[in-house]
Ligand binder design. Structure first.
Ligand code: SF4
Length: 698
C-alpha cells in the first residue's frame, strides 16, 4: 500500500468538476477548512464559476463515506473492515465467474476518474476479471462527437486547438452548448466574437448571442444540412481547401441539396432568413469556429448531427487552416482522458481499438500477457445496464465514479436492473443513490486527497495534486483495484498503487497510439510544461501538440472526410397522449447527477429542487401557475418538478435539469433509444405530457 501524501499548506491543482479544468490554488486553512482561489491559468484566467468556488465544501460533506459498508442480513448497510469487504467481493466475483463465465462480471467507470484510474480500471477488467463487459458514463456524454470526430479527422480530441485560440475569433457558432451556465469562465474567450447560438431554449448563452437560432428539439441535423446547403448555393465554400484537404464533399452536398432553407424552416421553425444570416456571418469572418455540445449530440442521431456540423466547418475551410476550426466541448472533468485509456467497451489505452490486432499485441506486451487472452469489445453503457441480472447479462457490477441510478436514461429500468444483480459494488466518496443500492460500498479518496492526471477539453494533460491526507479508512481507487486484483490471483506488481507508476505504464501502453502520452511525465508536468497530446517519447523532448491538423489530418492520406448524412428525425414524436417535447440539461449551480453539488449548501440554496421550465401559455393549458407542482410523464415514466414560467421557452417544449434524485429524476422520462454508431441515448428529446399535481403529493 502506498504512503499517503504528506499534508502541505498549499497546492496548485484543478477544479474537480468540468472539462474546462480551471486552475486553482488550494490552501488548508486548518480551522476554517480548505479554501480555494483561482489560479492564473490560461483557460480560466483568474476566474471560477460558483461550483469551483464551493468545491472544497464536498471535502467536508457530513455524510462522507469513511469506512467500507456491507449489506447486513437485516438489509441495512453496516460498517466493516477493508479485508472483510475486499474478501467478500473477490469471493463472490470468483463464484459468479466460475458458475457463469467471465462476462458474468461487469465494470462501469466514469468520465471524472483520473487517467491513472481509467487506465487501471480497464486493465483490471480485462486481466483480473477477464471480462469484455466494461463501459463508462462518458458514453452518455462524448460518444457522438467522438465517433464523428474520428470519422472526419481520424482522431478525436475535443478541441484540436488551445482554448485561448477562441479569443481570436470573429464569429463562433455554438450548437447545443450553453457555455454561460456549464463553463462560465470560458465565456471570457468569446468577449470579442459575435456568437451564433443554436438552441431550442433562450439560454444564458443565447442571451449573449448576436443571432439565436431556436430550432424544434430533435431537428438540429436538418438545420446543419440546411446551413451547408446555403453555403454551397451562395458560393461561400472554400473550394481550394476542399480540393486539397478533404474527401467526400460531393456526396455530402448531394444530401444537403435536399435541405433548402424553406424546407428547413418548415422542419425546424428557424426562419430561412436567419439561416442565411448565420452562414454569412461564419463565411465573412476572418476567423470562425464551429463548436458543438451535448444539446445536438445527445440524440439517437447525435453522431450524424455532429458530423453535419463538421461538414459545415470543412466546407468553409476552417479545421486546421489557421482561420478557425471545429471542436466539441467535452463535459466531464476527465471526459477527454477518460475516453482514451481503456474503460470504453471497444478500446485499449492510447485511444487504440480493441479489434485492431496490432493494438492488442502492443498493449498485451506492455501488460505481459498473450494478446489472445484479451477479451473483445463489450456492450455500450446503456446496453450493459439494460442487460444486468437477466438472460446472458452480467450478474455482478462494479461501479467506479458514476451514479447511473440518476444519470442513466430510463432510470427506473436501470434501478430495477441494478436491484436484480447478485452483487453490486460501488466505490465512491459520498453515499450516492447508486451507492445506497449496493451490496458493498468502498470509500475512496476525493480530488484534493489524491495525486494523478486529467486531460482537459483541449487535450492538455494536467496534474491533480493532493492537499490533504485522506481520512484513515479511506483508500484510493488504485489501492482498491490492487486489493481486489491480488485476491483474484493476479500478481501484485501488475497493479501499481502509486499514481506516477501507473502513469508511466500508461505512457508505454499509449506509445504509438492516437493519443500518445509516451513523452509526458510527472516531472515535465510539475515543471509547468503545457503538454497537449500527442506527445511521443522523442529525443529531444517532444513539445506536445497544442494544434492538430495544421499540416494534415490523422487519416493515412492526411485528408479529412465529409460525412454523407441525412436527417432521420427523433426516436419518438409527440402524440395526443404525449403532446409536448421535453429536453434535459444542466444548470449553473449543479454538476451531473448532483451527488457532489447537492451536498453544497450554497449551491442547494440557488437551485434546491427539480424544476420544469414552461412557457406561460403551455402552463395555463395544463392548469399550472408559477411554482406549482407538476408531473412530467412519458411512455417510460413520470417525474415531479416545480413549475418555472419562462416566456422564452417554445410553447411545444419543456426543460428539466437532470441533477436530482428520487421522483425528481429527469431520466425517469428520457428515452433509451441509442445512436447506432456511438451508443448515445436520446437524452435530449422525449414526448411527454404535463399535468398538475396536488400540492400534498411529494
Ligand atoms: Fe470548475 Fe468547470 Fe466551473 Fe471551471 S467552469 S470552476 S472547471 S465547474
Amino acid at each position: 500500500m502506498s504512503e499517503p501524501p504528506s499534508r502541505t499548506p498549499e497546492v496548485d491543482t484543478h477544479c474537480p468538476y468540468c472539462a474546462l479544468q480551471c486552475g486553482t490554488r488550494l490552501a488548508d486553512g486548518r480551522d476554517i477548512g480548505v479554501t480555494v482561489r483561482p489560479a492564473d491559468f490560461p483557460v480560466n484566467r483568474g476566474r471560477l464559476c460558483q461550483k469551483g468556488w464551493t468545491a472544497p465544501d464536498v471535502l467536508a460533506a457530513a455524510d462522507r463515506l469513511t469506512e467500507p459498508l456491507a449489506r447486513a442480513p437485516d438489509g441495512h448497510l453496516a460498517g466493516t473492515t477493508w479485508d472483510d469487504a475486499l474478501d467478500t467481493v473477490a469471493g463472490r466475483l470468483r463464484e459468479l465467474r466460475a458458475r457463469y463465465g467471465p462476462d458474468a462480471v461487469a465494470v462501469f467507470g466514469g468520465g471524472g476518474l483520473t487517467n491513472e484510474k481509467a487506465y487501471l480500471l480497464g486493465k483490471f477488467a480485462r486481466l483480473a476479471l477477464g471480462t469484455s463487459q466494461i463501459d463508462y458514463n462518458g458514453r452518455f456524454c462524448m460518444s457522438s462527437a467522438a465517433a464523428a470526430g474520428n470519422a472526419a479527422f481520424g482522431v478525436d480530441r475535443g478541441l484540436p486547438f488551445p482554448v485561448t485560440d477562441l479569443a481570436t475569433a470573429d464569429t463562433v457558432l455554438l450548437a447545443g452548448a450553453n457555455v454561460a451556465e456549464t463553463m462560465p469562465p470560458l465565456m471570457q474567450h468569446f468577449d470579442t466574437a459575435e456568437l451564433v447560438v443554436i438552441d431550442p431554449r433562450h439560454t444564458a448563452t443565447a442571451q449573449r448571442a448576436k443571432l439565436h437560432l431556436q430550432p424544434a428539439p430533435g431537428t438540429d441535423l436538418a438545420l446543419a444540412l440546411g446551413l451547408l446547403h446555403i453555403a454551397v448555393v451562395e458560393g461561400l465554400t472554400d473550394a481550394d481547401y476542399i480540393r486539397r484537404r478533404t474527401h467526400g464533399f460531393e456526396a455530402a452536398v448531394r444530401r444537403a441539396m435536399a435541405w433548402w432553407p424553406e424546407r428547413v424552416e418548415g422542419v425546424t421553425g428557424v426562419p430561412a432568413s436567419v439561416q442565411r444570416t448565420a452562414v454569412r456571418m461564419l463565411a465573412a469572418a476572418g476567423r470562425a469556429y464551429v463548436l458543438t455540445g451535448r444539446g445536438v449530440e445527445q440524440h439517437s442521431q447525435g453522431t450524424d448531427t455532429a458530423a453535419a456540423f463538421i461538414n459545415l466547418a470543412l466546407a468553409l475551410g476552417l479545421p486546421g487552416s489557421g482561420r478557425g476550426g471545429y471542436g466539441c466541448l467535452t463535459g466531464q472533468g476527465n471526459g477527454q482522458g477518460g475516453r482514451e485509456h481503456g474503460q470504453k467497451a471497444d478500446q485499449l489505452p492510447g485511444y487504440r481499438s480493441l479489434t485492431d490486432p496490432a493494438a492488442r499485441t502492443h498493449v498485451a506486451g506492455v501488460w505481459g500477457v498473450p494478446s489472445e487472452s484479451l477479451p473483445g469489445p463489450g456492450r455500450t453503457a446503456y446496453e450493459l445496464l439494460d442487460s444486468l441480472g437477466h438472460g446472458q447479462g452480467p450478474r455482478a457490477l462494479l461501479v467506479f465514479g458514476s451514479n447511473p441510478v440518476v444519470s442513466a436514461p430510463h432510470a427506473a429500468r436501470v434501478a430495477e436492473r441494478l436491484a436484480s444483480l447478485d452483487l453490486l459494488v460501488v466505490a465512491d466518496f459520498v453515499p450516492s443513490e447508486t451507492a445506497r443500492a449496493a451490496d458493498v460500498v468502498l470509500p475512496v479518496t476525493q480530488w484534493a486527497e489524491e495525486e494523478g492526471t486529467l486531460t482537459s477539453l483541449e487535450g492538455r494533460v494536467l496534474r491533480r495534486r493532493a492537499l490533504l491526507t485522506p481520512p484513515p479508512h479511506v483508500r484510493t481507487d488504485l489501492e482498491v483495484l490492487h486489493g481486489l486484483a491480488v485476491r483474484l490471483g493476479e500478481p501484485a506488481h501488475r497493479y501499481p498503487t502509486a499514481p506516477e507508476d501507473v502513469f508511466d505504464e500508461l505512457r508505454a501502453a499509449s506509445r504509438g497510439g492516437r493519443a500518445d502520452y509516451s513523452g509526458i511525465s510527472y516531472p515535465r508536468l510539475d515543471a509547468g510544461e503545457a503538454l497537449h497530446w500527442p506527445c511521443p517519447d522523442t529525443e529531444p523532448a517532444h513539445p506536445g501538440t497544442p494544434r492538430l491538423f495544421l499540416e494534415r489530418f490523422a487519416h493515412p492520406d492526411g485528408r479529412a472526410r465529409f460525412a454523407e448524412v441525412d436527417h432521420r428525425g427523433p426516436a419518438e414524436h409527440t402524440s395526443a397522449a404525449y403532446p409536448l417535447y421535453a429536453t434535459t440539461g444542466r444548470v449553473l449551480a449543479h454538476y451531473q447527477s448532483g451527488a457532489q453539488t447537492r451536498r453544497v449548501a450554497e449551491l442547494n440554496g440557488v437551485v434546491p429542487e427539480p424544476f420544469v421550465s414552461v412557457h406561460p401559455d403551455t402552463a395555463a393549458r395544463a392548469g399550472l401557475a408559477d411554482h406549482s407542482l407538476a408531473r412530467v410523464t412519458s411512455a417510460r415514466g413520470s417525474m415531479t418538478a416545480r413549475v418555472r414560467l419562462d416566456a422564452t421557452m417554445r410553447q411545444d417544449t419543456l426543460f428539466v435539469p437532470f441533477h436530482f434524485p428520487g421522483d425528481g429524476r429527469a431520466n425517469l422520462f428520457t428515452h433509451p433509444a441509442l445512436d447506432p454508431r456511438s451508443g448515445m441515448p436520446e437524452f435530449k428529446l422525449s414526448a411527454v405530457r404535463l399535468e398538475a399535481l396536488p400540492e400534498a403529493t411529494p
